[in-house]
Ligand binder design. Structure first.
Ligand SMILES: Nc1ncnc2c1ncn2[C@@H]1O[C@H](COP(=O)(O)OP(=O)(O)O)[C@@H](O)[C@H]1O
Ligand SMILES: [Mg+2]
Length: 160
């Protein structure tokens, strides 16, 4: 896992979503000649909340074990300073819940079967890793494009 050390490497764009413990932003990463568009989940609670802080970092510790084309890829974490950042691949079309509502008329059965098949392959992979996600929901499935869904939000997940 890349340990991202410097907050100044990120130019955070507007909030994509306000979560319970973290807000998700689209961001430009720029450092050492590398530029990339990424998604950044940023703590939105006080620094002295040790339990929440630990839970937030655990999400990145869980994600760093996974490498699957239908699981949102962790890029790194930034734990130096405050807020803590979890840096992930950016899924340009956002969560599938919003997408399904906005594009209900344009989606046919082939699209939906494609999403089901892709999610099933991600769940099969997680089972092989002895891992339960515990929060499979449309709000936790992201789309990188209209044909590719990825499972995200490993906060409540558990290794068994
Ligand atoms: N990698 C990503 N790319 C684009 N949007 C994302 C990404 N991760 C999360 N989001 C957006 O942020 C929302 C909340 O993210 P999530 O990881 O589920 O956080 P929470 O723990 O607050 O539920 C998602 O429903 C989605 O709209
Ligand atoms: Mg979520």
């Amino acid at each position: 896992m890349l340990i991202v050390q410097a907050l100044y490497c990120f130019n955070l764009h507007a909030n994509l979503k306000k979560g319970q413990f973290g807000n998700v932003h689209c961001a430009n990463y720029k450092n050492d000649g590398i530029t990339a568009l990424v998604a950044v989940k940023k703590t939105n609670f006080e620094e002295d909340s040790q339990d929440l802080k630990q839970k937030f970092i655990e999400e990145a510790q869980i994600m760093c074990h996974f490498n699957h084309k239908h699981i949102v890829q962790l890029i790194g974490v930034c734990t130096k300073g405050w807020p803590i950042l979890i840096v992930m691949e950016y899924c340009a079309l956002g969560c599938i819940r919003d997408y399904l509502i906005q594009n209900a008329d344009a989606l046919d059965i082939h699209h939906l079967l494609e999403y089901i098949y892709q999610l099933s392959s991600a769940l099969k992979y997680l089972e092989e890793q002895n891992f339960v996600h515990r929060d499979i929901a449309a709000r936790n499935l992201m789309l990188t494009n209209e044909h590719t869904v990825k499972l995200g939000d490993f906060g409540p997940g558990l290794k068994i």
